[in-house]
Design a binder for this molecule. Structure first.
Ligand code: 13P
Ligand code: SF4
Length: 319
């Protein structure tokens, strides 16, 4: 629309004037994703977002996604200004793992290596030995297991259980989940698949076991997009946030992409599974924060110093 075009033009101007770059997640508004790419920023999974922000020379990062992504950028780049369209954009995994309760849990199990998912607060990361994202969690747990370490895992129980099954590592799991992926139903996926011979099932590992067990590919958002692009199939049943369809369509316009069924819904549907916090990011608040600088991420120095250690370990492990 004309209005969106006006916003995009204004944002382009502000990004340039302020030496700022836009770093967006695959679940955000397609208008943000395409603008990020056009202006030399990126659209990526959470590990790649962290890497990109770290490597880019801009003095301001505008992180379109959810709060932990902005905090990760700030922890890695304290000298940069990190802005977000809204600081209200959180994550059910982050909410479900308060730092004080988490610290008490760790204190009860001092012998375990603490591995936390990136979808956590800076304070929770500060208590961890390792931070992981969905794209490297399995490899890192496998590595720790091979050294004989036992693991305390938080907060996503579905991702944790998936890794436990695949690596056989000794893992004690925190009880957290993603409200978006939790809605996907194994029976629904099974019924849908039965009507589509040859369909490939793709699942983000935050989905429940009954869904993940049926998947042909389980992986991070980037991995699932890559599967659509490279796999020789026509139909793909996709169990992750519907924001991802934008990039999947762009990469493989000829392929048929179907949302995996969610609770209480037998047939397929459009945009049933969409993260309410990712949805808070729009062109309007990207422009507002660039003009007003009113939603800036701050992480106190003591927390930052501690949280940097497990984050840097993850980057070094995956480099
Ligand atoms: P990715 O690291 O796969 O992008 O996942 C982030 C996320 O929040 C998934 O819900
Ligand atoms: Fe968190 Fe789930 Fe939203 Fe990802 S989709 S940001 S895990 S609530």
């Amino acid at each position: 629309s004309a209005e969106a075009e006006e916003l995009r033009t204004a944002i382009r101007r502000e990004l340039e004037a302020q030496d700022a770059v836009l770093v967006a997640h695959y679940y955000t508004d397609p208008l943000i994703q395409s603008l990020a790419e056009e202006t030399g920023g990126c659209v990526a999974d959470s590990l790649e977002m962290a890497r990109f922000g770290n490597a880019h020379p801009a003095s301001t990062l505008v992180v379109a996604g959810v709060r932990f992504m902005g905090e990760t950028a700030k922890i890695l780049n304290p000298e940069k200004r990190v802005l977000m369209p809204t600081l209200e954009a959180t994550c059910s995994l982050d909410i479900g793992c308060p730092a004080d309760e988490f610290a008490a849990f760790c204190d009860q199990h001092p012998e375990r290596t603490v591995v936390v998912y990136a979808n956590t607060s800076a304070a929770v990361k500060a208590r961890a030995d390792w931070v992981v994202t969905s794209s490297c969690a399995e490899a890192i747990v496998d590595y720790l297991d091979s050294k004989g370490e036992t693991i305390l895992w938080a907060p996503d129980k579905h991702l944790g259980a998936y890794i436990q099954r695949s690596t056989q590592a000794d893992m004690l799991l925190w009880d957290g989940s993603c409200i978006v992926h939790e809605e996907f139903k194994g029976q629904g996926v099974e019924d849908l698949r039965a009507t589509m011979p040859g369909a490939v099932v793709l699942a983000h590992p935050e989905s429940p076991a009954a869904v993940v067990e049926q998947a042909d590919v389980v992986g991070s958002t980037s991995r699932l997009i890559e599967a659509v692009r490279t796999m020789d199939a026509e139909d793909f049943i996709v169990a992750t946030d519907s924001g991802i369809f934008h990039k999947m369509h762009e990469m493989a316009p000829e392929k048929n992409l179907i949302e995996a069924p969610t609770a209480g819904q037998g047939a397929t549907c459009r945009s049933c599974a969409h993260c309410p916090w990712m949805a808070m990011n729009g062109l309007d608040n990207v422009l507002r924060v660039l003009r007003k600088q009113d939603e800036e991420i701050h992480v106190d120095a003591a927390t930052r110093e501690k949280a940097l250690i497990p984050l840097q370990r993850m980057l070094d492990f995956t480099s």
